[in-house]
Design a protein around this ligand. Structure first.
Ligand SMILES: NC(=O)C1=CN([C@@H]2O[C@H](COP(=O)(O)OP(=O)(O)OC[C@H]3O[C@@H](n4cnc5c(N)ncnc54)[C@H](O)[C@@H]3O)[C@@H](O)[C@H]2O)[C@@H](O)CC1
Ligand SMILES: [K+]
Length: 510
């Protein structure tokens, strides 16, 4: 797990480094500038030019250090300073002064000779201090950097590409697009969320002397980026003295006429994610077609009677008996009584329950049912379903995914998996995990059913929340990545992701 900070928490860590750990800000800036200069140097072609564009804040100060060092290393440097000189921060003023002996004089944007292939642009206009849309000469400078990149120069951003909001990952207009971003001390939220992650290019987090102890732990407000070792480490190797009972029995409540495939995908994925046994509870008329897709799955026929309602409760409770986890929702027939049915089911079932698809739409009409749950509950909405759950327009919630996911998980005492590029896993205690795996090829029908099955299987095998959730999401995304590696993204379908799961386990068993 890598800790991910907001701009506020990063500022607090910077301050603490100076106040309590003997690392004052000028020293941090020097370290930051040196690390950045080294990355820039490695990115440039021999004999290439370095264009360093500095803004008014400390991010610009980092750029001034870069200009001084690259010049001292014998490189050709062009320096641009955007904004009034007398408004520079004290640390930046100091570094402007330190440029004196080099004879480097800041130029204006219009004077600069266009960079070419092999040249490097160092973007030090804005960092974590950007709070509003860049305008005037700042916007113009960002447009120049974008143009120079289009002309073939490599762009390396200091801390954050200028124009990107370092908390939300949402860019202002305009925003720099970088080939690499060198970030200082700790990852920032905006670098691990999309579209920020893409705008950053390759992110390198460098040590500038801020000790981990300078970051104050904030229970319930932490954000972590999940890494492969975490997910891999959560899956215990199989012991030889085990049997199918060891690996849990998942009940999948899913499917209806025309949607038996959703049930089959979820059930099959649960098996492919290691569940010992999987039973699908579905309307009698579709049981056989579900089993037709997967002979390893068992069927629990529910009397045929349209949408799921109160009359199905007893049969579902009987089906849930002796099960280790439930997955409810993929392709279920939803009607007026479905919400009430789910409420009663949650109230009486003690094992973990994954709510997906139409089960989410059902609970969104009465969120109170979540609080009545006896066991742990995980919800796996895509942004459209999240919009119904939260009452927020999709566009708005996508701009503040961390906050929306965290608030929901806390308020309702559940684990929430908010799907989409960089799926978030928010736990009831407020901790948020960001998943880095997955690709746009997975934007295709049925991949959500696969995720719910994997999650159900891990819960049935005894993984606890939130670990089960971030492990399932990581593995599911990696399965999609490995499948896309073989078949490409465009034609990827959910069944390929199911097969990809096996590639994940082989990779992890090695
Ligand atoms: N504080 C520290 O100890 C360190 C800070 N570092 C650097 O400092 C950066 C943060 O510095 P700052 O907090 O000074 O902020 P920035 O350098 O990101 O710049 C923001 C400055 O521009 C102003 N501003 C914000 N939005 C604007 C807009 N749209 N148009 C015009 N002006 C705008 C702000 O008032 C602020 O003065 C980090 O990203 C990092 O690069 C590093 O040097 C490491 C150490
Ligand atoms: K920057």
């Amino acid at each position: 797990m890598r800790r991910v900070l907001t701009a506020d928490r990063m500022r607090a860590a910077d301050r603490a480094a100076g106040d309590h750990f003997g690392m004052p800000s000028p020293l941090l800036m020097e370290n930051a500038g040196r690390e950045l200069a080294e990355v820039a140097r490695a990115l440039g072609a021999p004999g290439g030019r370095f264009l360093v564009v500095c803004g008014p804040g400390n991010n610009g100060g980092d750029g001034l250090v870069v200009a001084r060092l690259l010049h001292a290393w014998g490189r050709r440097v062009t320096l641009v300073l955007v904004g009034p000189r007398d408004k520079l921060t004290p640390d930046s003023q100091r570094n402007l002064l330190a440029l004196g002996p080099s004879g480097l004089e800041p130029q204006s944007l219009g004077e600069v000779e266009e960079p070419r292939v092999g040249d490097v642009v160092v973007d030090a206009i804005f960092g974590t201090g950007l709070t509003r849309p860049p305008s005037g000469e700042f916007a113009k400078a960002i447009e120049y950097v974008r143009r120079w990149r289009a002309a073939g120069a490599k762009v390396v951003a200091a801390d954050v590409p200028s124009g990107l909001h370092s908390d939300t990952g949402v860019p202002f207009d305009p925003c720099v697009e970088a080939d690499a971003t060198v970030t200082f001390g700790f990852l920032k939220q905006g670098q691990v969320l999309e579209p920020g992650a893409t705008l950053c290019g390759e992110v390198r987090c460098v040590d500038i002397g801020i000790p981990a102890e300078a970051v104050v732990a904030h229970a319930g407000a932490e954000v972590f980026l999940v890494e492969e070792a975490d997910a891999r480490g959560a899956i215990a190797p199989r012991r030889s003295d085990t049997h199918k009972g060891t690996y849990g029995h998942v009940l999948v409540v899913a499917g209806s006429l025309g949607k038996s495939g959703a049930a089959a995908l979820s059930a099959l994925s649960a098996l492919r994610a290691g569940a010992g046994l999987v039973t699908v509870a579905t309307r009698a008329q579709v049981v056989e077609s579900v089993l037709g897709h997967a002979p390893e799955v068992m069927g629990w026929p529910l009397e045929d009677r349209g949408p799921l309602g109160r009359a199905d409760l007893e049969s579902l409770l009987a089906a849930a008996d002796q099960k280790d986890a439930l997955v409810v929702g993929p392709g279920i027939p939803r009607g007026e009584e479905t919400t009430a049915l789910l409420g009663e089911l949650l109230e009486r079932v003690e094992v973990p329950v994954v709510l997906d698809a139409d089960a989410l739409n059902a609970v969104s009409t009465d969120l109170g049912v979540l609080r009545r749950a006896k066991g742990p509950v995980v919800l796996t909405p895509h942004p459209g379903e999240m919009s119904r759950l939260s009452g927020l327009p999709t566009k708005q919630l996508q701009k503040e995914r961390v906050k929306v996911a965290r608030d929901f998980a806390r308020t309702h005492g559940v684990t929430l998996v908010l799907k989409g590029a960089r799926t978030l896993i928010a736990h009831a205690d407020g901790t948020v995990y960001v998943n880095p795996t997955g690709n746009p090829g997975m934007a295709t029908g049925g991949t959500g059913d696969v995720l719910s099955g994997v999650l159900g299987a891990l819960l049935a095998q005894g993984l606890k929340l939130p670990e089960a959730a971030w492990t399932a999401v990581y593995a599911h995304g990696l399965a999609g990545d490995l499948a896309a590696g073989r078949r490409g993204r465009l034609g990827l379908i959910a069944s390929d992701v199911v097969k990809g799961l096996c590639s994940v386990w082989t990779r992890w068993e090695r």
